[in-house]
Design a protein around this ligand. Sequence first.
Ligand code: 5GP
Ligand code: MN
Length: 350
Amino acid sequence: MSGLTSSFINNFIEVLEKKPKVLITTHYNPDGDAVGSSLALYLFLKAFDVDAKVLVPNDIPDFLMWLSGSEDVVNYKQDTEQGLYLIKNAEAVFCLDFNVLSRVILFEDELLKSDATFFLIDHHLDPADTFNHVYSEQNVSSTSELLFNLLIEVENKLQKKIINKAIAENIFVGIMTDTGSFAYSCNNKETFIAVSKLIDYGVDVDKAHKKVYDTYSENRLRLLGFALSSNLKVLPQYNTAYIWLSRNDLKRYEYKQGDTEGLVNYALSIKEVCLAVLFVEREDRIRISFRSKGDLSVNIIASKYFGGGGHKNASGGDSYKSLEETIKDFEDILPLLENEIKTALSDFNK
Ligand code: 5GP
Ligand code: MN
């Protein structure tokens, strides 16, 4: 953990002054925080005439494509040649909303080959030591909130006003989505102070919320309905519920990137459930999302058994077995977790 140091601020200001070629990148399956923070930084750097580009590993969900700057983003999966070119030519790389380079999945090796200066702005546990300049805090809602703190400090130091409505909207969407619309990871009043400042910059909370959450396709809503009615299993003995989606299920509902976002939270919404899991069968792996209540650390479960990690109450991992085998592996682990789950739930209910 290293908070916002004056050396980080100074190194950032050096980027604004020396104007190296900047690459901003984020994790695979970029979410609202990943995209919001990347675009906010992009727009801020552009205001200083820094030659910056945002490179995402794969598709940005449609519900984020209204954000300013999203039209300029390079998608590595769709435009690999351009992505490789950007990585090769970058002199400074900003890694946002992830803690280890492997989370970009598709171009980790290329990043490792780069001799650019690497900046990390992130709120996940255990940042890797491969970054030159690190601003990492775990007890903060989102990377977007961290970025906002940084940009305010930079503005103060330079005595300039750069943050505008477009930048504020990106930051707001990052905070809103990473807190499930201010439901979790926002017990610090600083998050709400940040949001009140963002409103001063012109963010329309109602509108931003509707643009992100009330823009489902019919298929996405039906996939949600199907998952909850047909593919939800509740295990009362372990206070656990899980949902699974096979490749066929995804195909039937014409799955698009982002369509399963938030789905796992429905499993956690059952009163007696403390551990919720979503298994999604992708082309080459089973993607697993974990959520928990209270002190149950799903990041430990994700890293110990499924090569992943994340936050205490929200983590992800992968399995390279079949969907059935992965679910069986998970069910086999539950007896080992039973006591921990029971303790966490009873503490939570106090
Ligand atoms: P999600 O379930 O929404 O994909 O991920 C939940 C949280 O866990 C996110 O904050 C995400 O950054 C983190 N996370 C997801 N997958 C992984 C993973 O494979 N490794 C690590 N270290 N973190 C992950
Ligand atoms: Mn985040």
